[in-house]
Design a protein around this ligand. Structure first.
Ligand SMILES: NC(=O)C1=CN([C@@H]2O[C@H](COP(=O)(O)OP(=O)(O)OC[C@H]3O[C@@H](n4cnc5c(N)ncnc54)[C@H](OP(=O)(O)O)[C@@H]3O)[C@@H](O)[C@H]2O)C=CC1
Ligand SMILES: N[C@@H](CC(=O)OP(=O)(O)O)C(=O)O
Length: 358
C-alpha cells in the first residue's frame, strides 16, 4: 500500500476540517503516513488529534509544503494561484478545491465516477494539478453523465438550494448569529452581513457570489462552464439559477432535462441506481430497508457520501423530458470527499508513484 504524506491547506475551514475527518478513514489506494495541516497565521499552533497523533497547524509556507506527496487546497483561489504553480514545478500533486484552475485548458477537472478514466500520469506530468469542481457541479454531472450515456442529453435547467456552509465558516457563523438574534432580540432586520448581501435567516436569496455582465451570478457561470468541460459538451444548452437558503449543510438541486431518446421515469430510476455514487430514493423506498423514504432533504444528506436523487418524473415541457431532485453534502462529495477520491484514484492508477519517481 502506498504510504503518503498528505497536506491540507485551509485545514481549519469547513472543507479542510471535513477532509481531516475523511482522511482518518481507510482508502483502497493509499495510507496517510503523515498529515500536515496549514492555515493562516491566526490559526498557527492549534493542535488536532489525527489517529492518536498530534498535528499542529502551520502557517502556510512553501518549504514545509514541499515535504508532502500530495496537497489538498481548500483556501481562496488567490492562495491556490500563488502556491500551486510553485509546488507543481517540483512535481508535487496538488488537488485544488478552489475555482482557480477549473477552466484552465491544461488542468483536468475531475469527478472520479464521471471522468476519472481520463486521468493519467502523462496528462498531468508537466503540471501535476487536478481541479475539483464546484459543490453543485459535482452531483449534477454525476446525474447528467449517467443519463446522457443512455438517453443522450439535449438541454438542462437547474435551480440550486445552497446551504450557508457553501460560504465557508463565516457563512455558518452568520446564519447562527442571525437566528440567535431573532430569538433573543426579536430582531429580523434585513441588514447586510459581511458574508451575504441580505439577511439569510428565515429567508432565501437568488444570489450566490457576484453578478456578471450577462446577468448570471458567478456561481451560475461556474456550474455552466464546469459541467460543459466535464461532460465534454462545449455547447450544451444549460441554464442555472443559484439560490442561497437558510440550511447549514447540504445543497439541493431541482433539475429539468431534455433528451434525444424516449425516457420513462422507471427507466431513469434504473439507470441512476446503477451509477457509482448515486442512490435513488422514491415512493418505493421503505424506512425499514433504506435510510430514507420518499425523498431526501439536505439535513438528511449531511455527513453522507452518496448523491441522492428523488422526485423523478416525466414532464411534458420537453418532448423527452424528466424532472428530478438531487441532494448531497456540499462539504463531502461536493468538496473534500471528491478531492480525496481523486488522490485515491491517482494512487491506484500509478500516477503518484510515477510523479514521485520523476
Ligand atoms: N464550502 C463549500 O461547500 C465548498 C468550498 N469550496 C472551496 O473550498 C475552498 C475553502 O472553502 P471553505 O472551507 O468553505 O472556507 P472557510 O472560510 O471555511 O475556510 C478557509 C480556510 O482558508 C484558510 N485561510 C484563510 N486565509 C488564509 C491565508 N492567508 N493563508 C492560509 N490560509 C488561509 C483559513 O484559515 P484560518 O482559519 O486560519 O483563517 C481556513 O482554513 C474555497 O476555495 C471554496 O471556494 C468548494 C466547494 C464547496
Ligand atoms: N460557492 C459555493 C461553494 C464554493 O465555494 O464554490 P466554489 O468553490 O465554486 O467557489 C456556495 O457558496 O455554495
Amino acid at each position: 500500500m502506498l504510504e503518503l504524506t498528505i497536506g491540507i491547506v485551509g485545514a481549519t475551514g469547513v472543507v479542510g476540517q471535513t477532509a481531516f475527518d475523511i482522511l482518518a478513514d481507510d482508502f483502497s489506494g493509499f495510507k496517510v503516513k503523515k498529515l500536515k495541516m496549514y492555515a493562516s497565521r491566526s490559526s498557527a499552533g492549534k493542535v488536532f488529534n489525527f489517529r492518536n497523533t498530534k498535528v499542529t497547524i502551520e502557517e502556510i509556507q512553501l518549504d514545509s509544503m514541499l515535504e508532502c506527496d500530495a496537497l489538498l487546497f481548500a483556501t481562496d483561489a488567490a492562495i491556490s494561484q500563488e502556491y500551486i504553480p510553485k509546488l507543481a514545478e517540483k512535481g508535487i500533486l496538488c488537488i485544488d478545491k478552489s475555482s482557480a484552475f477549473r477552466v484552465h485548458p491544461d488542468v483536468p477537472l475531475v469527478v472520479p465516477e464521471v471522468n476519472g478514466h481520463t486521468l493519467s500520469y502523462e496528462k498531468i506530468a508537466k503540471f501535476p494539478v487536478i481541479a475539483s469542481p464546484n459543490c453543485c457541479t459535482i452531483p449534477l454531472v454525476m446525474v447528467l453523465k449517467a443519463l446522457d450515456n443512455e438517453f443522450s442529453l439535449k438541454r438542462a435547467i437547474v435551480s440550486t438550494y445552497q446551504s450557508v456552509s457553501g460560504a465557508g465558516k463565516p457563512g455558518v457563523e452568520t446564519l447562527t448569529e442571525e437566528t440567535q438574534n431573532f430569538f433573543v432580540n426579536q430582531d429580523l432586520t434585513c441588514g447586510k452581513s459581511d458574508v451575504f448581501p441580505k439577511s439569510i435567516a428565515f429567508n432565501v436569496m437568488p444570489y450566490v457570489a457576484g453578478i456578471l455582465e450577462n446577468g448570471d451570478t458567478d456561481e451560475e457561470a461556474k456550474i455552466i462552464a464546469e459541467t460543459r468541460k466535464i461532460l465534454e459538451k462545449v455547447n450544451l444548452p444549460l441554464a442555472a439559477t443559484s439560490v442561497r437558503v437558510p440550511t447549514f449543510v447540504g445543497h439541493g438541486e431541482s433539475v429539468t432535462l431534455e433528451f434525444k431518446n424516449k425516457v420513462t421515469a422507471k427507466h431513469v430510476k434504473e439507470i441512476l441506481a446503477k451509477f457509482a455514487g448515486l442512490r435513488v430514493i422514491d415512493e418505493s423506498s421503505k424506512l425499514e430497508e433504506d435510510d430514507f423514504e420518499l425523498f431526501v432533504t439536505p439535513r438528511e444528506a449531511h455527513g453522507k457520501d452518496e448523491v441522492y436523487v428523488s422526485r423523478i418524473r416525466t414532464t411534458d415541457v420537453f418532448e423527452n423530458g424528466i424532472s428530478l431532485w438531487i441532494v448531497s453534502d456540499n462539504l463531502r462529495k461536493g468538496a473534500a470527499l471528491n478531492a480525496i477520491q481523486v488522490i485515491n484514484h491517482c494512487a491506484l492508477n500509478g500516477t503518484i508513484i510515477s510523479l514521485k519517481r520523476k
